[in-house]
Design a protein. Sequence first.
Length: 202
Amino acid sequence: MKTRILTVLMLLATVAMCASADNFTEGGINYRTLSDNTVAVAKSTYSGALVIPATVSNNGVTYSVTEIGDSAFINCSGITELTLPEGLLYIGRRAFMGIGISELTLPESLETLLYYAFRECPNLTTVYYNPVNCETDNTGNPPFYKTTLTSVVISDKVQSLPKQLCGGQTALTEVTIPRSVTSIASNAFNNCTGVTKLNYNA
């Protein structure tokens, strides 16, 4: 009996150690390890100017920050500025829903932008879109749903614009598309009825 209890206690201690190693907090941001050298930002509470670092260190190991997890900063309305690093590959569902930023710059490295990522950000008016080739999902729910987005500026390194990128943005009035863009999904700007100025081949 004593041997069995001791075994259980050792197992619980091992699980606790593994959990501690897999999850950590740095600079007020929670992280979850994905591999030996990459991490995802986990659900956190934050206010003010939020800077997601390109790398973060824990217990002598330096990790690249490659993902923002689902609902990571959902309803953190006190976030007034957001800086995302090059090297970031993935932004999850509702990751920044309801935050208080007015401008957003998406990095060139971004490959996946999932639905409602920036839903209901009441102050968001301008997006600087830099991902070279980024995919959204097939839910039909756009990443900027119910924002006050009025301007989208697409960099001259972007090659394609994904489905529902700005779908339903009735407040959107101006879009700039450079000549580098060779592919635009058919519903990338679905129901953007307020667009009055389109700068193409800019």
